[in-house]
Design a protein. Structure first.
Ligand code: NAP
Length: 313
């Protein structure tokens, strides 16, 4: 195990990298478990137009690459493994990933959230064979084809607009008759001649696993009960996210929706010395900039905690 680390960071999205930048600049020699797929949700995005500092916007992957290089420049040690176990019931705290177990005085949890699925027959079997949760990853495969997007939030509309550039037609299926997405995104979608809306409707089944590809989606109108099949080549599910907290159940206090509970106005969890930043504790704002903000808070709070414990720089 070796020496006890001052700060261990779990997760490499905007929250984790920002915590690393602040902790490294405070001489806390942070070590970060980046996860096998580093960079978080912005790695699955194209243009990010609302991260301050980029007048024309910036694509997600190069933005995260800059975050990472900035964290490395100040000496953050990166371990490219997923964390498989934590023990917060003892001191020092321990975090295990790959074949290493590290001891830490503090841990910053920044594991983010992942796309939710509908749980429909055919959905999992056809994942990667026509079903996707990431338009920018898989949209290319549906050039000039018919695409369906499920959801009514910003993600669904962003996916639909992106896919409209590639596909022949994009049908957005939403369970209500009003979108949750921001007005500016709604207006863009309503103006796009390739985007069509199917309101008050939910998918019931994805066809056809027997053929090993998506051929149609069985839909149900929630008001009339009508059921029908719409032929499509691709189905993009954009119905929100699930926090990545499986590792922390029973170890940190969670909300009923499984996001980590933090003391309001702080990143303090139910365990002293463990802080949570970014989407793993935020089901309200969920923005890259708010994730980065709470990453900064977590590093400053970890620094204060270490000082109070008499663990010097
Ligand atoms: P979201 O805002 O929670 O929207 C999820 C959508 O999926 C809602 O319309 C919801 O319907 C629908 N839905 C949920 N469960 C469903 C189910 N089982 N069956 C059918 N439909 C279901 O999630 P999001 O769109 O991923 O956005 C998350 C956050 O990120 C938001 O704060 C958003 O503003 C932000 N975001 C911003 C941008 C941007 O600014 N460019 C891009 C992406 C995301 P109801 O509306 O009926 O609940």
């Amino acid at each position: 195990m070796g020496t006890t680390r001052k700060v261990i960071i779990i997760g490499s999205g905007p929250a984790g990298y920002t915590a690393a930048i602040y902790a490294a600049r405070a001489n806390l020699a942070p070590v970060m478990f980046t996860g096998v797929q580093s960079g978080g949700q912005l790695m699955l995005t194209t243009l990010v137009e609302n991260y301050p500092g980029f007048i024309e916007g910036i694509d997600g992957p190069p933005l995260m690459d800059s975050f990472r290089k900035q964290a490395e420049r100040f000496g953050t040690e990166m371990i490219e493994d997923d964390v498989t176990a934590v023990d917060f019931g003892r001191r020092p705290l321990t975090v295990t990933g790959g074949d290493v177990t590290l001891e830490g005085h503090t841990v910053i949890v920044a594991t983010g959230a992942s796309a939710k699925l509908l749980g429909l027959p055919g959905e999992s079997a056809l994942m990667g064979r026509g079903v996707s949760t990431c338009a920018t990853c898989d949209g290319f495969f549906f050039k000039d084809q018919n695409i369906m997007v499920v959801g009514g939030g910003d993600s669904a509309i962003e996916e639909a607009l992106y896919l409209a550039r590639l596909g022949r037609q994009v049908e957005v299926v939403h369970r209500r008759d009003a979108l949750r997405a921001s007005k500016i995104m709604q207006e863009r979608a309503f103006k796009n001649s390739k985007v069509r809306f199917i309101w008050d409707t939910t998918p019931e089944e994805v066809l056809d696993p027997a053929q090993g590809k998506v051929t149609a989606v069985r839909l149900r109108n929630v008001k009339t009960g009508a059921i029908w099949e719409t032929p499509v080549d691709g189905l993009f599910v954009a119905i929100g996210h699930q926090p990545n907290t499986a590792l922390f159940k029973g170890r940190l206090e969670l909300h009923p929706n499984e996001y980590i509970k933090v003391k309001p106005g702080t990143t303090e969890t139910s365990v002293p010395g463990v802080f949570a930043a970014g989407d793993v504790q935020d089901f309200t704002y969920r923005q890259a900039v708010t994730a980065a903000g709470t990453g900064c808070m977590a590093a400053l709070e970890a620094e204060r905690y270490l000082e109070a414990q008499g663990v010097g720089h």
